[in-house]
Design a protein around this ligand. Structure first.
Ligand SMILES: Cc1cc2nc3c(=O)[nH]c(=O)nc-3n(C[C@H](O)[C@H](O)[C@H](O)COP(=O)(O)O)c2cc1C
Length: 162
């Protein structure tokens, strides 16, 4: 069984994950950032946390990953880094010998840096990174995003593990 674990503030990462979930019959867990505030001041605080790569309070904080053959982790690119919610999730969970595929959604650049950071963090926890992908979402219709996601599913054989 595959588990897809994501954070998504504007639903793009979620949209892509739902397509993968349906196609390969995986479980989808959305990590919530409990400190994510809306409004002007809230945005400043969110951005500050993201810039500093600060950890945040999340829900769920941990998941028992023992019975999953594959874990797919997705995060929006956030100022060239991992979203605080996914960063916190990685720190708080056990990835020992887990097979993992990571991905990030971006508007423009910096996806590579995000994947590099995620890979480093997960390998420090003895996770095994099998593959990764970047999905550029800027100016793409849902139809285009869907087609691109279906292409990735095929290219990476994401259904191998289900
Ligand atoms: C606070 C913030 C910082 C962002 N930083 C970057 C960035 O550094 N590079 C990039 O390509 N996109 C950046 N983006 C765009 C998001 O990564 C992109 O829109 C992503 O797909 C959003 O995913 P979501 O809808 O699942 O939240 C940023 C978006 C936000 C809100």
């Amino acid at each position: 069984m595959t588990s897809i674990i994501i954070f998504s503030s504007n639903n793009k990462t979620k949209f892509i994950s739902k397509i993968i979930q349906e196609k390969i019959d995986a479980e989808l867990v959305e990590i919530k950032d409990l400190n994510k505030k809306t409004g002007f001041l809230g945005n400043i605080k969110n951005n500050y946390n993201a810039l500093r790569s600060n950890n945040t309070d999340i829900y769920p904080e941990s998941i028992d990953l023992t019975n999953y053959d594959l874990i797919i982790i997705g995060s929006p690119s956030t100022f060239g880094g991992i979203s605080p919610a996914i960063s916190t999730f990685i720190e708080k969970n056990d990835f020992e010998n887990k097979k993992i595929i990571i991905f990030t959604t971006t508007n423009s650049r910096q996806g590579y840096e995000v994947l590099k950071n995620m890979k480093n963090k997960l390998e420090k926890k003895n996770g095994i990174i099998l593959n990764s992908f970047i999905m550029r979402v800027y100016n793409k219709s849902e139809e285009e995003l869907k087609l691109n996601t279906l292409k990735i599913i095929k290219e990476l054989d994401l259904d191998l593990y289900s």
